[in-house]
Design a protein around this ligand. Structure first.
Ligand SMILES: *[C@@H]1O[C@H](CO)[C@@H](O)[C@H](O)[C@H]1NC(C)=O
Ligand SMILES: *[C@@H]1O[C@H](CO)[C@@H](O)[C@H](O)[C@H]1NC(C)=O
Ligand SMILES: *[C@@H]1O[C@H](CO)[C@@H](O)[C@H](O)[C@H]1NC(C)=O
Length: 206
């Protein structure tokens, strides 16, 4: 066997001889990256577990990202300066240390969102940012740009941003995120982003 067995496309490939566990692709400091910024990618055995020493990356839309075509990364990959072309979903395969020519299954996709492309929306807490336990709070993201998608992100967490479809509102667009304050993860700082249908991972300034 040689490295030629590695399928660099994200499409169907023969089931790998290695483990059945899907690896997990992670991004630091965040999967939401400003245009011109950098992001480091790791491929882990499982969420939170050790990372693969050697791994490959592919992008679901197969758009041209020349920096990693056919490359094997060791430990991590520092991607950047990031452009709109980097926005999209990525997957990884890792090679097993006991058998370096054996590659894992493809990971679940990780969405890399590139910010700063459209004008920033505004974010408001209704009725206000001080919320009584058990009550609902609405985080309202609005823009005078017509965004088909809105994403709400809690700062400092690695959770996937909450997605809502934007609704037309007063010449622009809006989305209301209703959150029950009993959610232990509610307290914190939030930012929202907007994007348009033809490039949902290319998002506004926060
Ligand atoms: C990683 O790949 C290199 C060749 O690119 C190889 O020499 C090395 O043994 C691999 N390491 C592991 C842990 O698979
Ligand atoms: C919020 O969640 C708690 C616990 O699940 C529930 O008891 C409460 O009724 C919810 N509040 C609202 C306004 O839905
Ligand atoms: C969001 O909530 C506000 C206040 O309840 C309401 O006026 C507005 O129409 C809602 N917007 C959408 C898009 O649902």
């Amino acid at each position: 066997m040689s490295f030629m067995v590695v399928s660099l496309a994200c499409g169907a490939s023969p089931s790998p001889p290695g483990g059945q566990d899907k690896p997990f692709l992670s991004a630091w400091p965040s999967a939401v990256v400003p245009q011109g910024g950098h992001v480091t990618l790791w491929c882990h055995y499982r969420r939170g577990f050790n990372n693969f020493t050697n791994f490959t990356l592919c992008k679901d839309d197969r758009s041209h990202v020349p920096t990693f075509h056919g490359r094997i990364f060791q430990e991590s990959f520092l991607m950047g300066p990031v452009t709109q072309a980097h926005a999209g979903t990525y997957r990884c395969r890792g090679s097993y240390p006991h058998s370096p020519t054996e590659w894992s299954a493809l990971s679940e996709p990780l969405a890399i969102r590139v910010t700063g492309v459209h004008k920033k929306p505004s974010l408001l807490a209704l009725p206000g940012p001080l919320v009584k336990s058990g009550e609902m709070v609405t985080l309202q993201c609005s823009s005078d740009t017509v965004f088909e998608h809105f994403f709400l992100q809690s700062e400092g967490t690695f959770e996937e941003p909450l997605h809502l479809v934007g609704e037309l509102h007063g010449g622009g667009s809006q989305a209301n995120y209703s959150i029950n304050s009993t959610m232990s993860t509610l307290p914190g700082t939030y930012r929202c982003y907007g994007s348009v249908t033809h490039s949902p991972y290319v998002v506004s300034s926060p």
